[in-house]
Design a protein around this ligand. Structure first.
Ligand SMILES: NC(=O)c1ccc[n+]([C@@H]2O[C@H](COP(=O)([O-])OP(=O)(O)OC[C@H]3O[C@@H](n4cnc5c(N)ncnc54)[C@H](OP(=O)(O)O)[C@@H]3O)[C@@H](O)[C@H]2O)c1
Length: 220
């Protein structure tokens, strides 16, 4: 049975990942700070109390599953605060950097010992972290933190190639979740389905690519 690790699994896109992966026959390790009734219903392995900023807890949970091979790691957890030039909130900027940029790296560090040739990592970023695509400004903390995630993911793609591990940098689309007050144009199941298709297509040759969930290549 293939094994997948999903962060931010209690709601939104993460919950949809867990649902779809479990239907596809994966053993799903669902990491979250606090579970939800929707997640409980899926019958997946829930690891509660896991904040992606807490490298100690991440190390503990990865060690607990030692002996398994993680075929797919989905770094999905994230937050968005809209910070404009009219009022920089430095604490919030730092918080977004901790969760959106360093968090996925901490999760990856913890689970790398359980990954091997053929394993894949999906970094759920945002096109708002694209410099080339920034035509509207604003959202300083979110944009900075996702741009940081993008460059870190690209480095990981290079560094993990010799281990045979591929990394995809993925924008889900504008998705109806709490992050955007449910104002998106696709639902989270559709987004997760499209993202899993991109990951299925991912190879070592395309590792480090920045894709929209619809398959479009995005500018850095
Ligand atoms: N929705 C969109 O249109 C959109 C567009 C572009 C990119 N994205 C990206 O897609 C990913 C999923 O977002 P979503 O739309 O599904 O949003 P969401 O419904 O707000 O879900 C965010 C998830 O991240 C978790 N999370 C936040 N901070 C965490 C922390 N410190 N440690 C562990 N988990 C944490 C949340 O858990 P709690 O319940 O504990 O807070 C929740 O499970 C994010 O990385 C987001 O940036 C979304």
């Amino acid at each position: 049975m293939p094994v997948a690790v999903v962060t931010g699994s209690n709601r939104g896109i993460g919950l949809s990942f867990c649902k779809l992966l479990s239907q596809m026959g994966y053993e799903v390790l669902a990491l979250c700070r606090k579970s939800s009734p929707e997640l409980e219903k899926l019958g997946v392995t829930i690891e509660e109390g896991i904040d992606v900023t807490d490298e100690k807890k991440l190390g503990d949970v990865a060690r607990k599953h030692q002996g398994k091979t993680v075929d797919l790691l989905l770094n999905n957890a994230g937050i968005m605060d809209r910070i404009s030039i009219d009022g920089f909130d430095w604490k919030s900027m730092q918080h977004q950097f901790e969760i959106n940029t360093l968090g996925p790296l901490k999760v990856t560090e913890a689970f790398l010992p359980l990954m091997s040739k053929g394993s894949k990592i999906g970094m759920i970023t945002s096109r708002m972290g694209s410099i080339g695509d920034n035509t509207s400004g604003g959202s300083y903390g979110y944009r900075i933190s996702k741009a940081g995630l993008n460059i870190a993911s690209r480095s990981l793609a290079h560094d993990l190639k010799e281990k045979g591990i591929a990394v995809a940098v993925l924008h889900p689309g504008y998705v109806q979740t709490r992050m955007v007050d449910f104002g998106g144009d696709i639902d989270s199941d559709t987004a997760a389905k499209r993202l899993l298709k991109r990951i299925d297509e991912l190879t070592l040759d395309t590792s480090g690519s920045f894709w929209h969930s619809n398959g479009e290549i995005l500018p850095w």
